[in-house]
Design a protein around this ligand. Structure first.
Ligand SMILES: [Fe+2]
Length: 230
């Protein structure tokens, strides 16, 4: 069938105004915490809990801070998470007094381990890397083509475009990859879908994830708060 072309003379339209609405703030901190990392690595590598076969499945139903009296580095890490959370909240415009629910859980990832695509049930999430295999890739890559998405990069944290079905629609296939190194602390909204590709290092990759749920304290008087059971 013969294709017809549109009229060559374009109809003039003004340039218009573009609003980059609904950005996804992802904040990275590069911390120098060699001593804390060494203490945490010794804990993860030597505590019997992390050599259990089901430790990966059970990692997010544990309370890492219960070990803090024996591993003071966990107090240090908790403080760093809270400091990062404060900076992140200020940037996204959350200001005031909150009730905060915070969970820290370990990710001890042996060789070949991967994490399927998921998001978190909280408001803000973070991860801190204690030990990773050295990488010559940039810390964060956000300008790759869709072909690069399918390249099996080692040990990459892939962040998916959170817009509904964005990755399935032509022209919207955006993603970013983080190639973590020890000392990296990363904050992102918990709704952001992400996954981790396998790594090939013989020793486990060590990181700690954190979830934060915040409830404003200065709730309006018309909002009735009650204990509800069902
Ligand atoms: Fe996650």
């Amino acid at each position: 069938m013969e294709k017809q072309t549109f009229e060559p003379n374009e109809t003039a339209v003004p340039e218009g105004t573009t609003y980059q609405l609904f950005p996804t703030p992802v904040k990275l901190f590069e911390l120098e915490e060699a001593q804390m990392n060494a203490e945490l690595a010794a804990f993860f590598n030597n505590h019997e809990h992390f050599s259990r076969s089901d430790q990966a499945q059970m990692s997010d139903v544990t309370t890492l801070m219960e070990h803090a009296p024996q591993v003071p580095a966990l107090y240090r890490l908790e403080g760093l998470f809270l400091g990062g959370l404060k900076r992140y909240c200020r940037e996204i415009g959350w200001q005031g007094e909150f009730d905060l629910a915070m969970q820290m859980f370990p990710n001890v990832a042996p060789q070949g381990h991967y994490v399927p695509s998921h998001n978190h049930v909280s408001h803000i999430s973070a991860v801190y890397y204690v030990h990773t295999r050295p990488s010559d890739r940039p810390l964060l890559v956000s300008d790759e083509s869709v072909q690069d998405y399918w390249r099996p990069d080692e040990g990459a944290l892939i962040l998916h475009d959170p817009r509904f079905n964005a990755s399935l629609q032509g022209g919207w296939q955006y993603h970013a990859k983080v190639f973590p190194r020890p000392g990296l602390m990363l904050f992102f909204p918990s709704f952001l879908w992400h996954e981790v590709t396998p790594h090939g290092a013989p020793e486990p990759r060590l990181s700690v994830a954190a979830n934060f749920s915040l409830a404003y304290r200065d709730i309006p008087a018309y909002e009735r708060h009650k204990l509800f059971s069902c």
